[in-house]
Write a protein that binds this ligand. Structure first.
Ligand code: UFG
Length: 338
């Protein structure tokens, strides 16, 4: 229904900000909850520029239960909450495991307590295909086994998923969707919002754009001796706007479901792209040459993983609209503007 409030924790972040835009586009009133630890306050102004509406936001740490309760009590009629706020760097989580468990699981506990306290019944949770770990087959469905995590970050996602599932079993009026993202790339076509990595990027796409811009000297491809078509790792790169739209659909799905329960959806394109293919496509679409070299494997990387996203397509009535080339163009356009 038009104008209904949707709370969005981490709404100033990369996927969060794009989702806030899509919530506006779909007629909802998003309310951002973000303490800007991994984002910038000016993202709020950029969202306003795109949507022509200044979003409501609260600068609150989601671990702070008193502050979260004080705020959520003003939105008791909210349709639901989309929970993005979390630490997300695999490597950092190995160095700072306590921070990752405390923040990722602590924030979720606070959110679940607040939803229960104020009778808000729909939760959309930001999960990751990292829960599949070292997969038996390159393509994974939601039924593929969840493997033992290889990083604290991955384990927090598995633990959060379990917590939400138990919560949905315990509370018959509470429903949730667990969205397992593959590799989000791209930026808003306007070039006004996009990914803002802190320091040296861990992920491939921002490393590529920063190298193209001259911020990094060269990209290292982590291994070309995998058992894949060209020896480099294969991933499923999904445009962040398509991913954002899936969150709106997941919320509508929860709202429409008569029976409240916990559902899991893979969000990917269903297509695998190798690191070298991505680099070549980036060079071609943007008419430039990237400085890169082949280096050793990165510990912990799986050779190939991509989504079977048929369940999301059918149940959520959702499909990717952007191509890989669109995403690579939008990523570069964004990088040039920051
Ligand atoms: N890569 C390089 N060079 C780089 C960075 C990455 O060659 O400088 C390669 C990696 O080896 C990998 C691919 O690019 O093959 C993608 O790497 P990313 O770090 O961008 O993404 P990952 O697939 O490793 O990780 C992503 C998310 C994690 C999530 C994981 C789930 O970043 O949060 O997917 O599999 F846990």
């Amino acid at each position: 229904m038009q104008g209904e409030i949707v709370l969005v924790t981490g709404g100033a972040g990369y996927i969060g900000s794009h989702t806030v835009v899509e919530l506006f586009n779909a007629g909802y009133t998003p309310v951002i909850i973000d303490d800007f630890r991994n984002s910038q306050p000016w993202v709020i102004d950029r969202i306003a520029k795109i949507t022509k509406v200044a979003p409501i936001f609260h600068a609150i740490d989601c671990q702070d239960q008193t502050a979260v309760f004080e705020m959520v009590k003003n939105y008791k009629n909210a349709l639901g909450l989309i929970h993005f706020a979390a630490d997300k760097a695999v490597g950092e989580s190995v160095q700072k495991p306590v921070q990752y468990y405390q923040n990722n699981i602590g924030s979720l506990c606070t959110v679940l307590n607040a939803l229960k306290e104020f009778g808000i019944n729909n939760l959309v949770f930001s999960s990751s295909c990292t829960v599949y770990g070292e997969t038996d087959t390159p393509v994974v469905t939601e039924q593929s086994p969840v493997k033992k995590a290889t990083s604290p970050y991955g384990d927090t996602k598995i633990t959060c998923e379990k917590l939400i599932q138990f919560n949905a079993e315990a509370l018959q009026y509470f429903g949730a969707t667990l969205l397992r993202y593959f590799n989000p790339i791209g930026a808003h076509p306007s070039g006004l919002i996009g990914e803002l990595p802190q320091g040296v990027p861990n992920n491939l796409m921002p490393y590529i754009t920063q190298t193209a811009k001259g911020i990094r000297e060269k990209l290292t491809v982590f291994g070309d001796d995998y058992n894949t078509k060209d020896g480099t790792n294969i991933r499923d790169y999904i445009h962040v706007v398509d991913l954002a739209k899936a969150h709106v659909k997941a919320l509508q799905y929860l709202d429409d479901s008569a029976e409240k329960k916990c559902s899991i959806f893979n969000l990917g394109t269903g297509k695998g792209t190798s690191v070298l293919e991505l680099i070549i496509a980036f060079e071609n679409i943007n008419q430039l040459k990237l400085n890169y070299e082949i280096g050793p494997r990165r510990i912990g990387d799986v050779a190939q993983i991509y989504a079977n996203a048929e369940k999301a397509k059918e149940a959520l009535d959702w499909a990717c609209e952007f191509t890989l080339e669109d995403a690579l163009k939008h990523s570069w356009n964004w990088e040039k503007g920051i």
